[in-house]
Design a protein around this ligand. Structure first.
Ligand code: ZN
Ligand code: FE
Length: 262
């Protein structure tokens, strides 16, 4: 007689708007009581929301150094004594960092484990936190619903490689992006991929959601694979339409440049 003990570890994810268009996320692992702040756009808002949930922030998990992601670090640490995790590639710019992370590292949040992915391009050290058992990834400004981060510090080639890495996660993975940019992204996406029926359906759904003031994030990777032009730069039809048949990096660069000017 063989007995199998299965432990299903769930994460409670509390989402709330911050600043103009950021999302704040608090991730709670009930067995341990530990709670991670995913980035820190607004310290007071994070502390108030944690209070409201009856949670105490034990971890800050930074995706990159931009102030709308790490600006609240010191205030939250001062208030809670939490441990700050962030990208090794830009550790010098992460206020209060305790643990520097890069590809292949893991972070324990109670019984849950995040695996670190290096996804540079938007910034040079940008990381994502993937919780494979919960099919959940916190992707910061690397990828958005129907979009991706602007390529500020890295190269187009680097950003395409980062997006390719995210594309290879299990398709049911929920992507928790850092911004609600979806409606503007949709308006652009339909201009580069006008015959994509899945995209036009998605764009209609986005308009309905936003008209009711509802969020469009998180999104699911399989939906993005079918519709997000930045993830589809390896699609032959889109490559041909962009004038770069057979070249995913050039196609990605073309789409990114058009979006920057849109
Ligand atoms: Zn950013
Ligand atoms: Fe941001």
């Amino acid at each position: 007689l063989q007995e199998t003990l299965m432990t299903i570890v769930t994460l409670d994810i509390h989402k709330f708007p911050c600043l103009n268009d950021n999302y704040g996320y608090l991730v709670h692992e009930a067995w341990s009581g530990q709670t991670a702040a995913i980035d820190t756009p607004d310290a007071e808002k994070y502390l108030a929301e944690a209070d409201r949930m009856g949670w105490t922030i034990s971890h800050i998990l930074n995706t990159h150094w931009h102030p709308d992601h790490a600006g609240g670090n010191l205030r939250i640490k001062e208030h809670t004594g939490c441990t700050i995790y962030g990208p090794a590639g830009e550790a010098g710019k992460i206020p209060g960092i305790d643990v520097a992370l890069s590809e292949g590292d893991t972070v324990e949040l109670g019984r849950a484990t995040a695996q670190i992915l290096d996804v540079p391009g938007h910034t040079i050290g940008h990381i994502a936190y993937h919780f494979p058992e919960q099919a959940t990834a916190f992707v910061g400004d690397a990828v958005f619903a129907l979009g991706c981060g602007r390529v500020f510090e890295g190269t187009m080639d680097m950003m395409w490689n980062s997006l390719s890495k995210l594309k290879s996660l299990p398709p049911e993975t929920l992507l928790y992006c850092a911004h609600e940019y979806t409606q503007a992204n949709a308006r652009f996406a339909v201009t580069v991929d006008p015959d994509n029926a899945a995209l036009t359906d998605y764009a209609r759904w986005i308009d309905e959601r936003r008209a009711e003031g509802l969020p469009t994030v998180p999104t699911r990777l399989d939906k993005e694979l079918a519709t997000n032009p930045f993830l589809r730069a390896d699609d032959p039809a889109l490559q041909a339409a962009m004038g770069h048949a057979g070249d995913a990096v050039a196609t990605f660069a073309e789409i990114r440049t058009r979006k920057d000017r849109f």
